[in-house]
Ligand binder design. Sequence first.
Ligand code: ADP
Length: 498
Amino acid sequence: MSDLLNIYIQALDSANSGIIITDNTQRDNPIIYCNKAFEKITGYSHDQIIGHNCRFLQAQDRSQDERFLIKSCIEQGKDCRVEIRNYKKNGKLFWNELYISPVKNEKGEITNFIGVQNDITDRKKSEHELREEKSSIEKKILERTKELVESEAFLSSIIQTVRESLLVLDTNYIVLSANNHFLNSFKVSKEETVGKLLFELGNHQWNIETLKELLTKILPTNNPVIDYEVEHVFPHIGKKVMLLNAYRIEFEGQYKDRILIAIEDITEKKETDRRKDDFLSIASHELKTPLTTIKGLIQILQRMVPPDSSDKFENTLDKVAMYVDRLNDLISDLLDTSKIQSGNIELHKEEFDIDSAIAETIDNLSLAAPNHTITLNGKTGVAIMGDELQISQVLNNLISNAIKYSPGSDKVDVYISKVGNFVKVSVRDYGMGISAQDKSKIFERFFRVRDIQKKFPGLGIGLYISHEIIANHNGTLWVESEIGEGSTFSFTLPILNK
Ligand code: ADP
């Protein structure tokens, strides 16, 4: 072998690609040369390779399209490049990137083929993984899009179904969407509404000064508007009383900085409430008149008791008088409630000594509730400007409740003290207590804690009246309580500066 040929062979042996040469002049085109890399890639040794046709690399996997491509290129004497599944000596599959080029003699006849091969299994694997990943991402995107479309349809069906008017505005108060309830209630079409400035909708019917003021405060301060009552006379539909709730939507992304307005039409509810109040006021008034007469007649009877009548007779009469008083109190409470509602409650403000007013109320109550010890703690020595009867009524309510709602205990503590410019009065009981969620409601009209009706009779207005009376005296009434631990109701009243 010439030196030059040796150098060529060395060069081929040090290549990373597997290289073979076949002899096309011999039958079945046998391999006549292979380099070291080819041995390494296939796992076969030089002796096991030379003399064989290349097809041994395909083992039993003979139906690949690439094989037919190679065959046709060889027949036509053309170059070709294929990626084909081949098998190593140990049977393991490898992807072979195969270049085949024919060598021709001076007559143009193909004498040899040169095959160059690279093991591209790893590349194929990552390509495959990449394809898999791509298709799985595509699948996920499809699923997510479907979910989004579905949830959007779901949300929009809710928005369209709710019996409340909903509007979405952008930061310039342009309406981006309005639900059906809004369109129906305010007798407007979608075209007249969407894309328009809220305040210019339908002949400027939403150009309501208070609403404008509220909305312009939402975006800069991020404060929602909650249950804001707006009364407005609309051109076609007349007067409406509405409860407005407005929120700034804070999501990042495409829905950032939007305002959602929910408008509840409470016109009818207001009207029903007004009728209910009127009814209460008339009914209690009408009940009170004959009751006053009955009370007077009982007093006459009490004075006319014959000297020889039995104790039972007198006791019965006293009981009738007591129940009439109780009925009278209940009706007075109802009347007070309707007076508060209509703003007609009268205050007879006079200077009075708060310490003795409280002591007197406690004394009276102690007589009526002999099973409970009501203890007065503290003294202020100051005077109050107010309606003494009403303040006594508040204390009466608080102590009566303290007794009524603590069936398992026999004491009530009353504390009175000076706090800054105020007198503070607290009524502490050791009874059932009030849950956190009920605490916020007990000062509402007719609210009674659930399940209480059967055990403790009442109308649920004592605390409402008390709260209003204290508010009318520029004080506050509040409660601190834990379920099962008892409650402390406290109120403050401003001290009279002499
Ligand atoms: P009423 O006693 O007629 O129901 P109120 O307005 O005085 O009406 O009280 C409202 C509700 O608050 C009561 O029904 C009761 O559930 C609760 N409540 C009031 N005072 C107490 C108290 N001291 N302890 C526990 N619950 C109370």
